[in-house]
Design a protein around this ligand. Sequence first.
Ligand SMILES: *Cc1c(COP(=O)(O)O)cnc(C)c1O
Length: 383
Amino acid sequence: MEDISEFLKKREAEGSLRRLNAASWRRNGKICVNGREYIDFSSNDYLGLANHPRLIERAKKALDEFGASSSASRLLSGDLELHHCLEEAVAGFKGKEASLVFNSGYQANVGIFACLCTKDDCVFSDRLNHASVVDGILLSNAKVFRYNHNDMGHLESLMRSQRDKYRRALVVTETIFSMDGDRASLKELVELKKRYDCGIMVDEAHATGIFGPGGSGVVEEEGLTEEIDLIMGTFGKALGGFGAYIAGSGEMVEYLINKCRSFIYSTSLPPSVIASDLAGIEMVREEGSRRDKVLELARCFREALKKKGCAVKGCSQIVPVIVGENLKAVKAAKVLQSKGYWVLPIRPPTVPRGEARLRFSLSADHESGVLERLAYDVSEALV
Ligand SMILES: *Cc1c(COP(=O)(O)O)cnc(C)c1O
C-alpha cells in the first residue's frame, strides 16, 4: 500500500494537493465561499439552467408525487414511467432510436466498454479522453491504443498496424474536450472508422446543450447522427440536472439493460432528478438563445485574452489559459480569486505535466463587461 502521508507531502510540495471548497450557495453565475461572493467560472452550468424555476418546479412536483428516492435499481422496483419518458425524450433529442439513462456520466462510461469489448478487441482512444473513459476501457480488458490528441495521422497509423490483430475495434472520443475546450475532428474520425471497420462512440458531456441547431451536440451540428453508433452525454452540465445517458439502437439499449453492471447494480436516479432532467431537455430545445449567448461570450473572451497575449486554447464555452507550472497556476488563481472571480487551477494528473492552466467555464449568466475586465485581470495575474 502507498504511504499515505508521503503521498500527501509530495502532492503539497509539487503544488498539486487538492482540497475541497465548500460553497454556502451558488446560483445565477455566482458562488459564495467563506462568506465572500464570487463570479463563478468553475461551474459546468453553461446555460444557467440549474436554478431555473421550471426545473425546480418539476423536481418539487415529482418529490411530492413520488417521494425522495426510487428505492431500488431499475430492474427491481426502481423503474418509473418517468424514467421511460426521459429516455424517449433523450432519444428524440439525439435523433437515435433509443436511449438508456445512467446515474452519472462516470457510471455510464465505466460500465459501457466492458459490454462492447473483451480482451480480443481493441479501443482507439484520444489521449485527452475523460478519466471515466480511461477507467471503463481498463475494466473491459480490451487492448487500448491512445492516439495523440486529435491527431488523425497518428490514429490512422495505429489503425493500419493494429486493427487486423483484433476481432472488433471501437473508436472513442469526446466531442468537446473538457480540459482543452476544443473539438474532435468528427468527420475524419467517421471516415477512418469506416475505412478500418470500427465502431464509434462519442462523449458529448460538454457539447450537449451548446452545439447543434437543436442544441443536441456536435454530432447533430455535423450531421453525423447516423454514423455514430453510440452517443453518450450527461445531464449535470449544460442541462442543469444530474445523471447521464447513452443513445443508440433499440437493440443496443436492450443489450445494455441486460449486461451493463454499472446500470444494473445501482439504485436508479430519484424521480425529482429525472423530472428536472426532462425539463432541462425541453428548455434547451425551446431556448436556443441561451447557447447562442454563451458561445458569443466565449468568442469575445477568447479574443480579448489573445489580444492581451495569453496562451488560450479551444473553441467552445470552455476557455483554458495555459500557464505551465503548477505553482504559477495556483498563484494566478489566488490573485483572481482575490479580485472576486471563482477560478481554479487545473493541474496534473487532470492535465499533462507542464500544462497546468486556468480553466474558465462560461455561462449564459455571465456579462460581457465582466469578461472584458477579467481578460485584463488574467493577463495581469500572469506577469
Ligand atoms: C463530466 C464528464 C463525465 C462524467 O459525468 P458525471 O455525470 O459528472 O459523472 C464524463 N465524461 C466527460 C467528458 C465529462 O466531462
